[in-house]
Design a protein around this ligand. Structure first.
Ligand SMILES: [Ca+2]
Length: 291
């Protein structure tokens, strides 16, 4: 429309100009033709600008389509690279991450005397005054351990009986084969409590224990549970010993059909503080920040 408008104006102007030009002297005819040519050139430039804008838009559209096609091809190659492998559990647990044995922590005995009404979960949010990684038989017995269970020095606090303390032991038991395992505690002095499974990691309390023994019922008794495990499984395990004073003792045993994997004679190769591979279990929460 704009081009036609200029052409209309040009034709009117040209008609008027020609009418005047015919009246001018013949020696000005060349100058008249030059002015007319300049007017024609100006109109042509306006039309060319419009055509150039249209071409530029088309080129930009083509570039966008090409980029989208390239991205789709890259995604397809990533999916093709996935692979599937079969896991074969090793005979014994990995020990390359300094995880041999179990973790042990020693706490002040916070009550005047032993009682099943004492809330044992208070130690979850209590910072222990001594901790240690223990690679030893899971047993305490004899006079020497009363003041240094597993080498942890018992402190005596004002108003408390000597040798009174709470000892918390935690770790993972590794199942070398698929079987029904027996977890057993013995020799309570004063209280020995055992948890096996996820609640040993978090959620444990006196009421949901898998086994509990009190010296009030004798020092030679035992209690335990049977648990089906599959080869390669790491199962959390926790034992808490409460001693309100005097002598202290406990024993932890794990066996399958009379074959012992945790015994009171040697350190167990089947107990670790945590699996080295997080796929099989996460490290326990920091002492004093347990749940
Ligand atoms: Ca005692």
């Amino acid at each position: 429309m704009r081009a036609k408008f200029f052409q209309g104006v040009f034709l009117l102007a040209l008609a008027a100009y020609n009418a005047n030009a015919s009246a001018l002297p013949s020696e000005n005819r060349a100058l008249q033709l030059e002015k007319r040519a300049r007017c024609v050139t100006k109109i042509t430039v306006t039309v060319t600008d419009t055509t150039t804008e249209s071409i530029t838009t088309t080129e930009s559209y083509s570039t966008t389509i090409f980029a989208t096609t390239s991205l789709t091809e890259t995604t397809t190659r990533t999916v093709t690279s996935l692979a599937v492998s079969t896991y074969v559990p090793p005979y014994s647990p990995d020990h390359y991450c300094n995880n041999t044995g179990v973790e042990a922590a020693l706490y002040k005995f916070p009550w005047a005397t032993r009682s099943t009404a004492n809330d044992i979960t208070v130690i979850k949010s209590t910072t222990p005054y001594a901790v240690k990684q223990v690679d030893a038989p899971m047993v305490l017995s004899g006079a020497t351990i009363n003041t240094s269970p597993h080498g942890l020095a018992v402190q005596t606090f004002p108003g408390s009986s000597s040798n009174s303390y709470i000892l918390s032991i935690r770790g993972y038991f590794y199942a070398t084969k698929t079987a029904k395992y027996n977890f057993r505690i013995e020799r309570p002095d004063d209280y020995v409590t055992l948890w096996v499974g996820s609640k040993a990691y978090s959620g444990w309390s006196r009421s949901n224990a898998n086994a509990f023994l009190s010296i009030d019922n004798g020092a030679t008794q035992s209690a335990g549970i049977n648990l089906d495990l599959v080869a390669g499984q790491y199962v959390p395990i926790r034992l808490v010993l409460e001693n309100s004073g005097g002598a202290a003792s406990y024993m932890l045993l794990v066996s399958v059909d009379g074959v012992y994997y945790v015994h009171d004679s040697i350190p167990s190769a089947w107990l670790v503080t945590r699996p080295c591979n997080l796929v099989f279990g996460t490290p326990f929460l920091a002492w004093g920040q347990e749940t």
